[in-house]
Design a protein around this ligand. Structure first.
Ligand SMILES: [Zn+2]
Ligand SMILES: [Zn+2]
Length: 756
């Protein structure tokens, strides 16, 4: 009998599992990796073969994911043994590759056992854990196609590698202190520090408040003592990220609980083999330096995932800042030379090693909402795990994603391979990373695209890249439509839904900047049934960095020149010269695109109440407005204006309400929560309206604005109470990191319907 298995079955101990199972049942034949998974031929008693097949399904190794098993009878060959055969490399290659997996308990036990040959060895791993995606250069997943190729295994390692009964049988990155990668410590002049024990040295330096660039799985981290305000402050000022929160690594759950509130679901998520950064609410007595996450109610906490991390946190007993090694918005540094160049004014020391990182991957970021994980950044540990859909793609499709938080995806058959988080496509570094990432995915998943999906925004670098590809049909996809379809695929639903697509920026079919959109849509198309009224965004991109411009623009729209008479601090502090210029821009329509963006509305309120007039990272004004919110239950009034084919949401009453509150000296907490409630009320009222005319009661919420957990929660509660079925994102980020998934499905559906 021949058995073909598809799924994540390579590099996860699947063949030894099959081997031992076959021996157990006294069956003869072979198992091998082939280009689409694992194939088995067995001969023996029929009932035993049946039991064998059942066990494959029910008892496969922990990291294996079986998508499909196909078995059929073939002519017996007359095998007299069961063996593991070499990989077959001739067929068409198409095998999902496992993401990185945190060090397993068996390896950790060895790591801390003084009698073990791998005691304190920072690169210990086995078939059940260790690096995968970041070291793979090509498929099939074999050592010779990974960055472990230069390390020749010693006798002990080779013995384990060859023994089907060993935990390290065919563990491609298998290594030990004798034959594997090793650590080196350099100072800021790149001179090698001759320490008898690099690990102890690193721990000592961290305790002394030094900043160390540590080479990890998917790139460099910058580490320092998170409880040392001086060290954190130095790191922050050297890194030019004045406010963006740093992630924190702690030894264990107990330590996490001393810093933050951790519920059962959050604890479970922290401990998964994915080991994401989990957003957790800070305790009031949290000892972490304020500069780690200024103006935030949350810390991003993770547990150690590589053996090196385990050793450092265990031996230093420190709570560590572990932030991506980069300068502000550039992608994470992953090559040694690059690190020495770009981190030279940041790191005091470099803790490096000689195992090359082939693909850079940031840490994933998640949070728990209503007991379920919501991925906010999909990277290490998650990518490139594929999404399996319940329909087949007509073409092999590349979807290029959006501009900020870019990720792309490739689709074939019924699989979508979504890339890791690439970053903001605003500089050459990130663009290169994007292009190289696409080439790598095309190669390892053997997908040569026959159709390209791209965002309609003509200025996005991802769009320019898409349009530069010759001789391939292309389909432009509207940004907010893509958000909603991404949410639908995430929830495995199809048909028509009410889509509430709220974000900062997305190019509309009318050439304006959308972002407060109510759609009726399905995979193939959408109708825009309502949106926030248009307001000029004076300065375009510049206004996104300077939220005060949007606040002034809205006040001007409502009060005209009388706005300068308003008795509020925002107006009193308004730079009259700057305002004169901005006013001229608005009046003459110079570089003042019209926008219906919800993100900009949050910006405007944030500036108006005096929280943030300029920002240093994307979404900062809105995030700090959310963090400032109190417990107010009421909201502001708003108006809906019926047009022939859609409803406009008028914002004037909202801002008149806020101004009046400010004049009366109402506090920021109160205004912030009232504003949040207002947006939730708008969503509810619009959904009522749409349900009445369309009969639809399923609502998909997507777009970066729904990362705001206060808004998400109040919107969910209102809709749920009024018998709407609400869908939010979980496996794919609600922000632009999820756009590519929507694009790929929309492009496919449009081809299917002949819409082009
Ligand atoms: Zn292990
Ligand atoms: Zn060895």
């Amino acid at each position: 009998m021949k058995i073909d298995i598809r799924g994540i079955v390579q590099g996860v101990g699947f063949r030894p599992f099959v081997y031992n199972l076959a021996r157990q049942y006294g069956l003869f034949g072979f198992v091998r990796n082939d280009a689409s998974g694992v194939s088995i031929e067995v001969e023996g008693e029929k009932s035993r073969i049946e039991k064998f097949v059942t066990k494959i399904k029910t008892e496969s190794p922990p990291l294996a994911v079986i998508f499909k098993i196909k078995s059929y009878d073939i002519e017996p060959v007359g095998y007299d043994d069961f063996i593991i055969r070499d990989s077959d490399e001739h067929e068409e290659k198409f095998v999902p590759i496992s993401p990185e997996i945190a060090a397993c308990s068996d390896c950790l036990a060895e790591l801390f056992d003084p009698d073990d040959p791998r005691y304190r060895y920072p690169f210990i791993n086995c078939t059940n854990c260790g690096p995968r995606f970041t070291i793979v250069k090509d498929i099939p997943y074999d050592r010779k196609y990974t960055t472990m190729a230069p390390f020749k295994m010693c006798k002990m390692c080779q013995g384990e590698y060859d023994d089907p009964r060993d935990r390290r049988f065919h563990a491609q990155p298998n290594a030990c202190p004798k034959c594997g990668p090793s650590l080196t410590l350099l100072n800021d002049k790149l001179e090698k520090i001759d320490a008898p024990d690099v690990l102890s040295e690193v721990c000592g330096l961290l305790k002394d408040g030094k900043i160390i660039a540590i080479k990890g799985l998917g790139g460099y981290h910058l580490a320092c003592d998170a409880l040392n305000p001086d060290a954190v402050h130095r790191l922050r000022s050297r890194k030019y990220r004045e406010y963006k929160p740093f992630a924190v690594m702690v030894w264990d759950i107990e330590t996490a609980k001393r810093l933050c509130y951790v519920n059962k679901d959050e604890e479970k998520l922290l401990k998964t083999t994915i080991r994401p950064v989990v957003l957790l609410r800070k305790r009031l007595d949290c000892p972490v330096a304020e500069d780690v996450a200024p103006y935030q109610k949350y810390h991003g906490i993770m547990l150690p995932y590589t053996p090196l991390h385990h050793l450092i946190v265990a031996e230093s007993e420190l709570v560590l800042v572990m932030t991506s090694g980069n300068i502000s918005s550039e992608p994470i540094v992953y090559q040694d030379e690059e690190a020495f160049d770009r981190l030279k004014n940041i790191a005091d020391f470099y803790c490096i090693h000689n195992r090359e990182i082939h693909i850079r991957t940031d840490d994933s970021v998640s949070r728990i909402w209503r007991g379920k994980e919501t991925v906010l950044r999909r990277a290490r540990g998650l990518a490139p795990f594929p999404f399996r859909l319940n329909f087949n793609f007509q073409e092999r499709i590349l979807a290029c994603g959006a501009e900020l938080k870019n990720s792309f995806c490739l689709a074939r058959d019924n699989f979508v391979f979504m890339s890791h988080h690439i970053g903001d496509l605003e500089n050459l570094e990130t663009l290169t990373s994007f292009e190289e990432g696409i080439e790598h995915f095309k190669r390892i998943f053997n997908i040569e695209p026959t159709l390209i999906a791209y965002d309609l925004h003509p200025e996005y670098l991802a769009t320019k890249y898409a349009l530069s590809l010759q001789d391939i049909p292309k389909i432009g996809v509207q940004h907010h439509h893509a958000h909603i379809i991404s949410c639908m695929i995430d929830n495995e639903i199809d048909g028509e839904v009410i889509g509430v697509s709220f974000d900062g920026t997305g190019y509309g079919t009318d050439g304006k900047i959308w972002g407060g959109e109510f759609l009726i849509c399905d995979y193939g198309g959408f109708k825009r049934v309502g949106h926030l009224e248009y307001t000029p965004l004076p300065g375009g991109e510049k206004a996104i960095k300077e939220p005060w411009r949007m606040a002034a623009s809205i006040l001007y729209k409502i009060y005209n020149n009388n706005m300068l008479d308003l008795d509020i601090n925002f107006v009193k502090e308004l730079d009259r010269n700057k305002w004169a210029t901005i006013k001229k821009m608005i009046d003459k329509g110079i570089n003042s695109p019209m926008t219906s963006s919800t993100g900009r509305l949050f910006d405007a309120v944030s500036a108006l109440v005096g929280i943030r007039k300029e920002i240093y990272y994307e979404g900062q004004a809105a995030i700090e407005l959310e963090m400032a919110a109190g417990m107010e239950a009421s909201g502001y009034p708003f108006d809906l204006q019926e047009l022939e084919d859609k409803t406009l949401i008028l914002i004037e009453p909202i801002f008149r309400g806020i101004v009046s509150d400010l004049e009366r000296g109402v506090g920021v907490e109160s205004i912030s929560s009232k504003f949040h409630n207002t947006i939730a009320n708008i969503i509810l009222n619009m959904c009522f309206k749409i349900r009445k005319t369309s009969g639809l009661d399923r609502v998909a919420l997507s777009g970066g604005v729904f990362q705001n957990s206060l808004l998400l929660e109040s919107t969910y509660v209102l809709l749920d109470k009024n018998n709407f079925k609400v869908f939010t994102q979980h496996r794919v980020p609600p922000n632009d990191g999820g756009i590519a998934l929507g694009q790929v499905v929309i492009a496919n559906e449009r081809i299917k319907r002949g819409l082009g």
